[in-house]
Design a protein around this ligand. Sequence first.
Ligand code: ZN
Ligand code: FE
Length: 253
Amino acid sequence: MPLSIHQFACLSDNYGFLVRDEASGRTACIDTPDAAAVLRELEGLGWGLDLILNTHWHPDHAGGNAEIKAATGCAIVGPAEVTRIAPLDREVTHGDVVELGETRFEVIDSGGHTLGHIAYFDAVDRIAFVGDTLFALGCGRLFEGTAEQMWDSLQRLAALPDDTTVYCAHEYTASNARFALSVDDSPAVKARADEVFAARARDAWTVPTTIGLEKATNPFLRAPLLAAQVGAAGQPDAAAFGAVRAAKDSFKG
Ligand code: ZN
Ligand code: FE
């Protein structure tokens, strides 16, 4: 049964997502970057709110939890690390399932950006909410985890079906595309970068993306192929990933 998804921009470069299970009318909010924006969007849609699904503890993802719960009476589901900034009604970890009416979200460990980061995957509709783990042409910074942990997380996401629609939490794609072009001269990357720059020039969104498109063009998923470009020739895949991530951290473009 389909899931309706309402995406909106908020804060400086975040996306918020409200989803509705059409069979039951139950609704969820993926992360809470901006409580006022979430409540305004709910009102515009005429939706109540049953659940908040958090991906990680950062304030631009869980900072609106308390205010939105107070306004709607929703329950909050997320990884244990979210309790650093707000209480949870249910803690979830890798392999757990969160039900929203007839929709089932599988919880996938995607630690690395933060240690406890998780993603939510609806296998029937082939939809993934990945927070700050995988971005269009990018990936999250390693604030808490290691390159090995993040590489493993990215591999779990890359193993989802190619036609999975991927909802990332930020519009970072133009900056990611400039970096991708600096380490990868493949025609697919060039073509995608051109599309991204054109989209951003007319203020269009580049999110969502798909797993297939990211596998073909994302320099972090393609890190083993780019190892020589970043001084990691012959190293294990996770080390090549770490070198690409470090190159992006210091990239001025
Ligand atoms: Zn974050
Ligand atoms: Fe974020």
